[in-house]
Ligand binder design. Structure first.
Ligand SMILES: Cc1cc2nc3c(=O)[nH]c(=O)nc-3n(C[C@H](O)[C@H](O)[C@H](O)COP(=O)(O)OP(=O)(O)OC[C@H]3O[C@@H](n4cnc5c(N)ncnc54)[C@H](O)[C@@H]3O)c2cc1C
Length: 341
């Protein structure tokens, strides 16, 4: 195992910000992952495992511990019957390549999660979702190295306590499990409507009827490419805030003042578009000269790094947005990408 020292963390976040890590190991096998975990234990230093850093923001102070970059590969079809099949995926696989392969195999279940940056192993962490699908709908098990028992373990989907952009990996068991692979159940039937509104509009505009998974992937890629910045070109971490959930009374109060507001009814209340709130709080197409951070034109939920050199600048701008949304609507926004350590 090669242990790298004093590594700039900016290259391990698509926001391109952050201080230095004391140690870093690229783990392309289970053996290296376990050795790296033992190295951190023997040195009594903290450990963080990441994939591509597309949902990670590193503090300017850096990390006085060990970062493991998970690069464990693997794609294997397992149980198969007339209606579907299971696939086991190494945690370090690039997620979009997995969606591409599954669509080539004419399998349904993850096609709307096309073009999401990051690795397969990070998908369960915040129950990644888009365009009406999330990973909890297909996930059967997560295999992980348990740092508490020092053994490999298998967690079922119900063990993961999935919620909207959350799971045990983000909350009560944060840092305990180093995910090594995930297993998904995908289907051979064609995807069933109703499709997410923007996907349906794309299908209608292009006269695409009875879409298979490849057509839905094409639609999602076209929509995402036209609306979202490519993190390889413009540093960003996708949506910076989660859509807040409010009570029906709060939604009615807002609608009395502002007219119709994009929202969805969920079990816990009414989920309101954070992009709409940020837009109406005055941050549409906004470039902040003080911090070098901007909102992405047409999608103010995405904060992009135009010229910032410090995470402090990013957090300062995010705080400006939160304060203004709170002042104007009395709604608290929560940050989606994880601030580490
Ligand atoms: C342009 C853009 C668009 C995006 N669109 C979406 C979207 O539509 N929906 C959505 O939900 N997200 C979206 N994201 C966020 C991001 O792509 C996902 O959260 C993705 O799953 C992160 O993968 P990663 O490998 O980069 O994770 P990282 O940023 O490296 O890690 C994220 C978290 O997972 C943990 N983690 C990573 N790997 C492991 C592992 N093997 N074991 C244990 N813990 C691990 C890390 O410690 C960290 O807490 C977007 C991001 C960008 C830049």
């Amino acid at each position: 195992m090669e242990v790298l020292r004093n590594i700039s963390l900016g290259q391990y976040s698509t926001m391109k910000l952050g201080g230095m890590a004391k140690y870093l190991v690229i783990a392309d096998s289970l053996k290296t992952l376990i050795e790296a975990s033992e190295f951190a234990e023997s040195k009594k230093i903290p450990l963080i495992v990441i994939g591509e850093g597309s949902n990670t923001i590193w503090r300017d102070e850096g990390f006085n511990g060990l970062v493991i970059v998970n690069k464990i590969k693997g794609f294997r079809q397992t149980l198969e019957n007339d209606s579907g099949c299971c696939i086991d995926i190494g945690a370090g696989e690039e997620w979009d390549k997995i969606v591409e392969k599954s669509v080539e195999l004419k399998l349904t279940g993850i096609e709307c999660l096309s073009l999401i940056p990051g690795t397969a192993g990070a998908m369960p962490v915040q129950n990644v979702g888009a365009y009406g699908q999330d990973i909890s709908q297909s996930l059967i098990t997560v295999s992980a190295y348990d740092r508490q028992t020092h053994k490999m373990t298998i967690l079922t989907a119900s063990d993961c306590h999935f919620g909207y952009r959350t799971s045990i990996f983000k909350n009560e068991q944060h840092g305990r499990f180093l995910i090594t692979s995930i297993s998904l159940l995908l289907h051979k039937d064609s995807p069933l409507p109703p499709f997410y509104p923007s996907v349906k509009s794309y299908l209608d505009e292009h006269n695409l009827v009875n879409p298979g998974p490849e057509t839905l992937r094409e639609a999602v890629i076209a929509i995402r490419s036209s609306r979202l910045p490519d993190p390889r070109v413009v540093p960003n971490c996708g949506s910076f805030f989660a859509n807040p959930t409010v009570s029906l009374d709060t939604l009615r109060r807002l609608e009395e003042n502002y007219g119709s507001i994009p929202h969805w009814t969920v079990d816990s209340g009414e989920r309101v578009s954070a992009a709409w709130l940020i837009d109406k709080a005055g941050f549409k197409d906004y470039i902040d000269p003080e911090t070098g951070i901007a909102t992405w034109p047409g999608q103010p939920l995405i904060l992009v790094n135009r010229s910032a050199k410090r995470t402090t600048d990013l957090l300062m701008f995010a705080n400006k947005i939160c304060s203004e949304v709170e002042r104007k609507f009395s709604i608290h926004l929560t940050q989606e990408p994880e601030l580490l350590p």
